[in-house]
Design a protein around this ligand. Structure first.
Ligand SMILES: [Zn+2]
Length: 149
């Protein structure tokens, strides 16, 4: 299942990526190219825009909640999805690319010293080269998810 979020849902887009869902963020006003992209990639559109034109074959999920946690729970409920901890942090939060493992030695000069000393597993984004490790926001994410589910 793949998603395309309109521009007022930027925070939700980041969260869906944290959860591992293939999520694109559409930050333009051109609604017809939004529809075209959804059709081409077979993506479900998530939006708060009531005036989005209905188009054959396009699935649109209108998000009613205003707060991010309520938006997440609305999304998970309507899509009947349960976050899978094995998929979390598998995508770049910025680019949506799938993260790949990287040797610890290769990140030595790219992460803070204490991180290098305390973490063993690192992953990187093939596109933007950002480096992620489990410790980053793991605790916060688990806490937020508990509140959401
Ligand atoms: Zn990236």
């Amino acid at each position: 299942m793949k998603f395309l979020l309109t521009k007022e849902l930027g925070r939700l887009a980041k969260w869906l990526r944290i959860l591992g869902y293939d999520t694109l963020y559409f930050n333009q006003d051109n609604l017809s190219s939004l529809i075209i992209q959804a059709l081409r990639d077979n993506r479900i559109i998530l939006t708060r825009n009531h005036r989005l034109p209905q188009s054959r074959g396009v699935k649109i999920l209108l998000i009613k909640a205003e707060r991010i946690k309520e938006q997440m729970s609305e999304f998970l409920k309507t899509q009947k999805l349960e976050p899978d901890s094995g998929k979390m942090f598998s995508r770049c939060i910025i680019c949506n690319e799938e993260l790949v493992g990287i040797d610890k030695e290769k990140v030595k000069d790219k992460v803070p010293e204490y991180v290098f000393k305390t973490q063993e597993d690192f992953v990187t984004c093939p596109k933007c080269k950002r480096i992620y490790w489990r410790g980053t926001h793991w605790g916060n994410v688990e806490q937020t998810l508990k509140e959401v589910i």
